[in-house]
Design a protein around this ligand. Structure first.
Ligand code: SF4
Length: 483
C-alpha cells in the first residue's frame, strides 16, 4: 500500500470545505494556517491537527482486511481521509465555538451516510443517533435525513433494469441573478428551432438506445432552463414527440418554472401528452425580491398560473422557493410560505440560496440574511410543509449555501417525485438529452458511475448532437464514437 502522505495528497479541497463550514476564508490555506500528521499503528490511524498553540488528536480503527489488496487500499484511504476531515473539524469547532448544522458533513448527498448505516444492519430509528455522534450533525438535520429516507423506502425500488430520461431545454425569458445553470436567454428566438431539431434527432436515437439496452423507462423529466419558454407550437411538439418516443414511464414531469411563460394551451398540451406533474416556481412571493433577482414576473402572476393549472386539471403541482434571497427577512419568507399554504401545491421544494456569482446579486444594496436567519427560514419551510401534510423525501446540499443549510423536497403522501430521488441518490441509469445533460450509467457492484456529459454551449450542441448520441451509445453499449 502507498504511504499515507501520498494517499492524502489530494485532500486539500476537502479540508477547505471544512474550514468554510466555520466561515473561514480559503486564504487560510495559502499559506496553510493548519498543519497535520497522520500515523498508523497495528490497528488504528491517528491524526493530529494543529492551529498555532491549539491542537486536536483523533483516532480511527483500521477497517478489517478483505484479502483484496485494491479494496483494502481503498478502505484505508477512505478511513484516513474521513479521519483527517473529522480532526480538522473538531479543532475548528473548539477554536470557533460554532456548531454547523450538518456537523462535519460537506458532501452533496448526506442521505448516503444514512443508507450506509442501514446496510450495516442498523434500523432507521437507530441510525440518526449514530450520525449525531459520529459526524456531529444537529438532531434537527439527522431527523430530516431519517424522514427523507423513510419516504424513499416506500417508493418503487430502483435497479439495473430501469433507466430515467432527462431532457434539457436551456432557454429562459430572462436570466435570474443567482442562476448557475448554463441556460441562454431566448433572445430573438433564432436558436430555438435548430435546437429542437437537434434535440429530436438525439431523442430518436436515445429511444432506440434505451430499447437496445433492454432497460425499462422509470421516470421522464423535462427541465431547463424553462421548457415553457418555448412558444405554444414548439412546446406541444416537444411533448408530443417525447411521449411517442418514450412511452410507459411511471412519472412524467415538465417544468413550467416561470409563471409568465405559462398559457392555457401549454398546460393543455402537457395534460394531453401525459405530463401530469408540473412545477410552477415563484422562488419568492415578494415582488421587490422578484425584481432584485431578475425574474420578470410578479407574485400575482404566480397566483394566476396556479389557478389556471387547477382549471386545466392538474393534481400534482410542485412549487420551488428559495430561502435566503438577497434583501429578504424572515417576514418576507413568511409571505412566501403563506402563499404556499394558500396555493396548496402537492409538493414544495425549499432551496437555500447558493451563491456562485455574487457580483450579479447587488449584495451591497440587498444583503444576504445572516446564517441564523437562513436557518430560521429553512425551519419555517419545514414547518409549513409539515403543516400542509407533507414530508421530506429528498435533500441535497451545495457549496456556498447560505448558513450551510440544504435543499429539501417535501411532498404529500404519494406525490414524491421519483426522478428527483433517483438523480440525487445516483442509483438509476439516466439517459440525458440536450445541451448540458449528463447521462449516467450505474455499476452497482463496483459502486462506480460512468458519465457522458453533453456539451453545454447551445450552438456547440446543435453542431455536435450526433456526437453526443454516439457518446451515449459508447457509455451504455460500449460502441460508437469516443466516450
Ligand atoms: S429560471 Fe432557472 S434556469 Fe432560468 S435563469 Fe432562472 S434560475 Fe436560471
Amino acid at each position: 500500500m502507498e504511504p499515507l502522505e501520498q494517499e492524502l495528497r489530494t485532500i486539500t479541497p476537502d479540508l477547505k470545505n471544512i474550514t468554510r463550514l466555520f466561515g473561514l476564508p480559503d486564504s487560510v490555506w495559502d499559506p496553510p494556517r493548519f498543519s497535520y500528521t497522520m500515523t498508523e499503528d497495528a490497528d488504528a490511524l491517528q491524526c493530529v491537527f494543529t492551529d498555532g498553540r491549539d491542537s486536536t488528536a483523533l483516532r480511527a480503527p483500521l477497517p478489517p482486511l478483505t484479502g483484496d489488496e485494491r479494496l483494502d487500499a481503498l478502505h484505508r484511504r477512505r478511513t484516513a481521509r474521513r479521519l483527517c476531515r473529522q480532526t480538522l473539524y473538531a479543532l475548528c469547532r473548539d477554536v470557533t465555538g460554532i456548531h454547523p448544522p450538518w456537523g462535519s458533513l460537506t458532501g452533496i448527498r448526506p442521505t448516503r451516510l444514512l443508507y450506509e448505516l442501514l446496510e450495516q444492519g442498523l434500523s432507521l430509528s437507530e441510525a440518526p443517533s449514530v450520525l449525531i455522534r459520529k459526524f456531529d450533525l444537529t438532531a434537527e438535520k439527522a431527523h430530516l435525513l431519517q424522514e427523507a429516507v423513510s419516504v424513499q423506502r416506500t417508493l418503487p425500488p430502483p435497479g439495473d433494469a430501469w433507466a430515467d430520461v432527462y431532457i434539457g431545454i436551456p432557454f429562459c425569458r430572462t436570466r435570474c441573478t443567482y442562476c448557475s445553470f448554463s441556460s441562454g436567454a431566448v433572445g430573438d428566438g433564432k436558436l430555438l428551432a435548430p435546437y429542437l431539431e437537434a434535440l429530436f434527432a438525439e431523442l430518436a436515437d436515445g429511444a432506440a438506445l434505451l430499447r437496445e439496452t433492454g432497460r425499462k423507462l422509470r421516470a421522464l423529466y423535462i427541465g431547463g432552463g424553462t421548457p415553457t419558454a418555448l412558444d405554444e407550437p414548439m412546446f406541444r411538439s416537444l411533448l408530443e414527440r417525447t411521449a411517442k418516443l418514450f412511452p410507459g414511464a411511471a412519472e412524467y414531469t415538465v417544468e413550467a418554472g416561470r409563471p409568465d411563460t405559462i398559457t392555457r394551451d401549454k398546460l393543455q398540451a402537457a395534460r394531453d401528452h401525459g405530463f401530469l406533474r408540473i412545477s410552477i416556481n415563484p422562488q419568492s412571493m415578494v415582488d421587490r425580491t422578484l425584481q432584485v433577482i431578475g425574474r420578470a414576473h410578479t407574485a400575482a402572476q404566480v397566483e394566476e398560473a396556479y389557478a389556471l393549472a387547477r382549471q386545466v386539471g392538474f393534481h400534482h403541482i410542485n412549487m420551488d422557493v428559495i430561502a435566503g434571497l438577497p434583501g429578504e427577512s424572515l417576514d418576507d419568507f413568511a409571505v412566501t410560505m403563506a402563499a404556499a399554504k394558500r396555493l396548496r401545491p402537492e409538493s414544495l421544494t425549499v432551496h437555500t440560496l447558493a451563491i456562485k456569482h455574487a457580483s450579479q446579486l447587488h449584495l451591497d444594496q440587498f444583503p444576504l440574511p445572516p446564517a441564523e436567519e437562513a436557518a430560521r427560514m429553512t425551519r419555517m419551510g419545514q414547518e409549513t410543509a409539515h403543516s400542509m401534510g407533507m414530508q421530506a423525501y429528498y435533500l441535497y446540499r451545495q457549496k456556498y449555501m447560505a448558513g450551510n443549510q440544504e435543499n429539501v423536497g417535501y411532498a404529500l403522501p404519494g406525490h414524491a417525485c421519483l426522478y428527483n430521488v433517483d438523480i440525487m441518490e445516483e442509483n438509476t441509469h439516466i439517459l440525458a438529452f440536450g445541451a448540458g445533460g449528463i447521462s449516467k450509467r450505474i455499476y452497482p457492484e463496483e459502486g462506480h458511475i460512468g458519465r457522458s456529459p453533453n456539451v453545454s454551449n447551445i450552438e456547440q450542441y446543435i453542431a455536435r448532437h450526433e456526437e453526443m448520441a454516439r457518446r451515449k451509445r459508447a457509455l451504455f453499449l460500449g460502441e460508437g464514437a469516443e466516450a
